[in-house]
Ligand binder design. Structure first.
Ligand SMILES: [Zn+2]
Length: 873
């Protein structure tokens, strides 16, 4: 009875509960200012706080590093909020957390922006970095600033160059002539994806030219097999991303079959196929433009040269070469064509044309005037049956199932040495040459005597030439005196005058290994210390946008595997996979207003708010149509994170972002709905203020608790477990915010109704704010102070002192309605329910109402393991 005796004291305290709305608006902003980390710390955050017990376990949390464009966008706010709360959570759990940040600072946008503003790219880049650091601090994200790296700094790109030289030494970097998309305005090579359907550059809009240049490639195809098969190990990655990678690598298993040419030497021509049984239907052989047969023809036949010169970009017609090939299975002789649809890098760059069974082959065969008869090889087993069997045209293989025939054809040819199994990949070698200034210089010297010679390691870094003036026109830039001086050097091999490589590296090379450098950011003798890589790699959680799911992740995996080749990081357990868990956060869409009649995007100044309704300024009778779309200038729906942070404070913004959508889904950013979050946080602060001066319970003694207190603390126990699960494994952060809000409501209700003693409420609030601390650090720290709790709210993740059982054990019991199982009811396991209780419970359940559909209950039959409901007919 102690409980009720004491209750009179705090009844008075709780009776004057202030509504959250009445609190001063800037209360949260003040808390935000008070507790936010104002400067970036340069010390190890793991050692902060005296009480913290660091376990031996490490947790490497990595977010994709930003490009220093000068301003953060809402997508950054989202990803860094998630990364920050994970880092804070794992630190509370006692892990040694690595949570670095850096700058992906080379690249074309910096160069173009610098040109437009007439300042050097390095000046523009470093001023942007300063701005963006301030913005990250405004978000209250705690990074290990002392680990920070910048890819355009010579202390970093020295090691990018060093790794390039290692690739060169291992014959994984090589030069090759390649036809590329050339942007004459930006003076650089463009990837196919950067050329639009009209053949114009996505950036400059210029008509793209084809040029043949000697370019540097990385032989990523040597790792294709590993890169494909090790995807199986990455169970912590979204399936969708693994599928995208698999498709990009495009492993296919097939056969190389040897045809014999009718030239003077009887040369054998290897042809790749995945379907050897279709050898019965080959009408022609098609080879690519760079196939040796095409090259030979080009050198001997001026008509073919003419044909190629005049051939339009996307033409489909081929050219019959002066050679024939004999089919190794049927011994039929077929013509050989140059065909534009055969890719230079695919298989052997020679394919069999089987017009009856391949639409591309059929099209080409018709285009060439149907030079011979097309033979049907496969037929359906019988009408309406999908199973394919060999037709009557297939000699001894006729009428066999096609799979059996394929095996038999292969075995027959392989026994004669005319076929072998071959794995083919869609993945191509990685073209890394960029004809730009603002990138890592490729550390190669071209000597007239020795060819391409690597710059000696001790001469690294090859720093970028310092230029007074810098022109968009690369030829002007490269003709400058300073540039020429930079270019001219001595061959390290023979001492002759030689020229430096002028191309710089694709920025994807810089970002392929940065997560290793974070571990030894100031290391001078090696790119990173092996023992640190052995300790902290692989990255435990990698967060970033799904748009990097293919190229960046593939290149980073390639580099991580190459580290094993170098012996710099060896992790056989994870097969040198660098990222154990991948979290791809969804995009942030902005609220977009459209004209209701014309669907034109409306600018903010075209709208007014009248009687709480948004209207068109020009015609107040019209309401705009509202949608959520990808943020862009043309849609006038961009959101400035700094404005949002100033209005709401970082805690509200963080919690609102987490609450608005599951991590991997699109988030529709609507600041108006942040009001709910604000009210919740204010209520938490308000409870802490009310409990100021009260004590906490040192130890939970179940025998001393009232039924309500027991129920509250049991709810709290399960809240802590769910919160831990949602932070650590599930990442159900929207659910977590809603759980925390619900508990706050429960606590408020118990206190209002005078059902808990202050010390129990105090204890519950302590635990609640510790659960909240990773996502809303400022409010949690403020409450911690108000409650006069010792140490820091971040010192430890809450452990419930006692394993509090629920006041009653629940079990679920199936409910049948008119003989069909429709739902389950949670009932107390030790009490028998009465008919009235069952009916009352069903009335509260939407699901039950759906099945009963307004009909009255005729009969309720309660058995220990089932409840039967009979409805009136
Ligand atoms: Zn030389």
């Amino acid at each position: 009875m102690k409980v009720y005796g004491r209750s009179c004291v705090f009844l008075a305290r709780f009776s004057h509960t202030v509504s959250a709305n009445c609190l001063p608006v800037d209360r949260l902003l003040k808390i935000d200012q008070k507790w936010k980390t104002e400067t970036y710390s340069n010390h190890d955050l793991n050692n902060e706080g005296s009480k913290k017990q660091i376990t031996k376990e490490k947790m490497y949390i990595l977010s994709m590093f930003p490009y220093p464009s000068g301003s953060l966008h809402m997508g950054h706010v989202r990803v860094y909020t998630i990364a920050d709360l994970l880092a804070r959570f794992y630190r509370m759990k006692g892990y040694e957390v690595i949570h670095p940040i850096g700058w992906d600072a080379f690249g074309l946008p910096a160069e173009n922006a610098a040109l437009e503003r007439q300042i050097k790219p390095e000046v523009w880049t470093s001023s942007n970095i300063v701005k963006m650091k301030q913005q990250l601090l405004a978000m209250n994200v705690q990074f290990d600033w002392q680990r920070s790296i910048t890819t355009c700094s010579p202390t970093y790109y020295r090691w990018t160059q060093w790794l390039f030289l290692k690739l060169f030494k291992h014959k994984l970097a090589y030069q090759k002539y390649a036809t590329v998309n050339w942007d004459p305005v930006d003076q650089t090579v463009l990837a196919n994806e950067q050329v639009n359907s009209e053949g114009r550059s996505w950036r400059s809009g210029a008509l793209v030219e084809k040029r043949t240049l000697n370019q540097w490639f990385l032989r990523i195809t040597d790792y294709a097999h590993e890169l494909n098969h090790d995807l199986d190990l990455l169970s912590g990655w979204p399936d969708q991303v693994r599928t995208m990678q698999r498709n990009w690598i495009g492993e296919s298993h097939g056969y190389e079959v040897l045809f014999q040419l009718d030239d003077e030497n009887g040369t054998q021509l290897p042809v790749f196929t995945t379907r050897p049984e279709t050898l019965y239907g080959v009408s022609l052989i098609a080879v690519s433009k760079d196939h040796p047969l095409s090259i030979k023809e080009r050198n001997t036949n001026c008509h073919f040269r003419d044909f190629l010169d005049k051939q339009a970009e996307n033409a489909h017609d081929g050219y019959q070469l002066n050679v024939h090939a004999r089919n190794p299975l049927t011994h039929t002789v077929v013509p050989v064509y140059y065909a534009p649809y055969v890719h230079n890098d695919y298989g052997t760059s020679a394919v069999m044309g089987v017009p009856q069974h391949n639409s591309a082959d059929l099209l080409f065969w018709k285009q060439m005037g149907s030079p011979n008869s097309a033979i049907q090889v496969l037929v359906s087993e019988n009408e309406g049956n999908e199973t394919q069997i060999m037709s009557s045209n297939c000699g001894k293989h006729s009428f066999l199932n096609y799979k059996i025939a394929a095996k038999s054809v292969y075995e027959e040819l392989s026994a004669k040495g005319l076929a072998r199994k071959k794995t083919n990949y869609r993945l191509r070698d990685w073209l890394v040459s960029r004809q730009r200034y603002w990138g890592t210089p490729i550390p190669i010297i071209h000597c007239p005597n020795c060819g391409a010679v690597p710059v000696p390691e001790e001469q690294l870094p090859v720093t970028l030439p310092k230029l007074d003036k810098f022109s968009r026109d690369l030829s002007v830039f490269r003709n400058s005196k300073a540039y020429k001086e930079w270019c001219t050097t001595i061959c390290p091999n023979c001492g002759s005058e030689a020229q430096r490589e002028q191309d710089t590296l694709d920025t994807f090379v810089d970002s392929s290994w940065y997560f290793f450098r974070y571990l030894s950011p100031n290391e001078e003798g090696v790119p990173f210390q092996k023992q640190l890589a052995q300790k902290y790699m692989p990255v435990d959680i990698y967060l970033g946008g799904v748009e990097h799911s293919i190229l960046h992740l593939l290149y980073a995996r390639f580099f991580a595997k190459f580290m094993k080749t170098l012996g710099l990081w060896v992790d056989d357990e994870h097969r040198n996979e660098p990222f154990q868990r991948l979290v791809t956060q969804g995009m942030v869409h902005g609220k977009t207003y459209l004209h209701p009649k014309t669907n034109r995007y409306l600018k903010p100044d075209e709208l007014v708010c009248k009687d709480g309704q948004i209207r068109l300024r020009d015609d107040l009778s019209l309401e705009p149509a509202i949608s959520f779309e990808k943020m862009s200038k043309s849609k006038h729906n961009g959101v400035d994170p700094m404005g949002v942070l100033r209005t709401w404070g970082s805690d509200v913004v963080r919690a609102h972002i987490l609450f608005s959508a599951p991590v991997d889904k699109v988030l529709n950013w609507d600041p108006n709905t942040a009001v709910g979050i604000k009210r919740w946080l204010l209520r938490v602060v308000q409870i802490a203020e009310q409990l100021q001066g009260s004590n906490t319970i040192e130890k939970v003694d179940v025998s001393q608790l009232s039924q309500t207190e027991l129920s509250l603390l049991s709810e709290l126990t399960s809240l802590v477990a769910r919160a831990e699960d949602n932070y650590a494994s599930r990442l159900g952060l929207n659910v977590l915010v809603s759980d925390l809000m619900k508990f706050t409501n429960l606590l408020t209700k118990c206190m209002k109704e005078d059902q808990v003693r202050p010390e129990v409420a105090h204890y519950a609030l302590e635990i609640l704010v510790r659960c909240m601390a990773p996502m809303t650090p400022c409010v949690s720290m403020e409450c911690w102070e108000l409650l006069r709790c010792p140490g820091s709210v971040f010192d430890a993740w809450p452990k419930m002192q006692l394993n509090i059982k629920k006041p009653f054990q629940e079990r679920s019991i199936p409910v049948q309605i008119n003989g069909k199982k429709r739902l389950e009811l949670n009932v107390s396991s030790d009490a028998q329910m009465s008919e009235e209780q069952v009916i009352a419970r069903l009335k509260d359940l939407k699901e039950a109402q759906k099945w009963m559909n307004g009909q009255t209950i005729e009969k309720v039959i309660i058995r220990p393991r089932i409840i039967n409901i009979v409805l009136k007919r």
